[in-house]
Design a protein around this ligand. Structure first.
Ligand code: AVJ
Length: 322
């Protein structure tokens, strides 16, 4: 009964967000979080294996190389939580380094139930770790972890994979501020952020020749058809990745190949599209190392350490709440 109510609530919220994004004047848009249903999460895992998309491998190299150092800088009894844990593969090194020191708890916070299940299965073999999965939005989950903290316990928040880059500026800075407000002085945040790099390299990564990213993007329309009784003709929309020099971000769009009208039953919506008109589906900001430190300082963190990958420009920043 309860799960049906939650699912119904999610569908209603999905329908409301689709209605807001597609009925608005000017640039039509859809929140990128809806890219991650079961199909989308799997397609993203494939994207992360593509030669053109080096982000995940860079993140992994830095975490594997510096996990011990990261843990050594955070003394005492630490509980670990992760915003958007995905399948948890990248978290292993920090979790193993922490659990070698003493028993600890890990709270993966993830809106995709399939990814959360994979994460719990993936990391279940690590000794001295209690895993408590939270199927929540990021800040709701973090508030829950903070409420479970025992006296003297420190929280280490992981926000990896440059998901921070999906928040358009200044929403990224505001989000860091909201995290800071939930934490206490002495808590820490490990932030993964993709860095500026040649535009051709970015466009190859977000419009790969195999078409996996195109499928990942088009799946959002398929999901609306599946869950909200839409009638999008997927072959009448095309994937588009472009670099926006003003915002220093890669934008993903879905472009209408012809004039058409799409009906979405559960959003009680009929949407006209002109030929060439787009739906903006994701923003991926590329930072400079200093920009990340300044943004963190404005949010109430001090930067304890920062490492960047040589092969694929990506930074891991260890931030302390002050
Ligand atoms: C998981 C959000 C970091 O923005 O690079 C991959 C998602 N989008 N290919 C990113 C994504 C297109 C990815 N993040």
């Amino acid at each position: 009964m309860l799960t049906n109510a939650i699912a119904a609530g999610a569908a209603t919220e999905f329908a409301a967000d689709v209605r807001t994004g597609l009925a608005k004047e000017g640039q039509k848009e859809l929140p990128s979080k809806y890219l991650y249903d079961a199909v989308g999460s799997k397609l993203f895992e494939v994207i992360s294996e593509l030669p053109e998309y080096g982000l995940k491998r860079a993140d992994e190299r830095l975490l594997r190389a510096h996990a011990q150092e990261i843990v050594q800088r955070i003394t005492g009894d630490v509980i670990l939580c992760e915003l958007g844990s995905g399948n948890g593969a990248k978290t292993r090194w920090v979790l193993e380094a922490l659990s070698r020191r003493r028993h600890t708890y890990y709270f993966p916070i993830e809106i995709s139930p399939s990814a959360l299940r994979t994460c719990q299965r993936e990391l279940a073999d690590i000794d001295s770790v209690g895993i408590v999965g939270l199927e929540r939005e990021y800040l709701d989950g973090l508030l829950e972890v903070a409420a479970r903290r025992r006296p003297g316990q420190r929280i280490l928040v992981l926000f990896l994979g440059s998901t921070i880059g999906n928040f358009s500026h200044p929403a990224d800075a505001n989000f860091l501020r909201e995290i800071r407000l939930i934490l206490q002085p002495g808590d820490s945040l490990l932030l993964g952020s993709d860095l500026e790099k040649p535009i051709h390299q970015l466009l190859d990564a977000y419009d790969d020749p195999l078409g996996v990213t195109a499928a990942f993007n088009l799946n959002l329309l398929a999901r609306i058809n599946r869950e909200l009784d839409g009638d999008f003709l997927l072959n009448q929309f095309e994937h588009l990745a472009r670099f926006n020099p003003e915002t220093r971000s890669v934008e993903m769009h879905l472009r209408s190949r012809k004039p058409q009208t799409v009906r979405i039953g559960q959003a009680r919506l009929s949407v006209p599209f002109e030929e060439g008109e787009t739906i903006w589906t994701e923003n991926s900001h590329k930072y400079s190392r200093q920009e990340v430190v300044r943004m963190a300082e404005r949010a109430g963190f001090g930067c304890m350490a920062q490492w960047s990958d040589r092969e694929w420009p990506f930074a891991e920043s260890l931030l302390m709440a002050i």
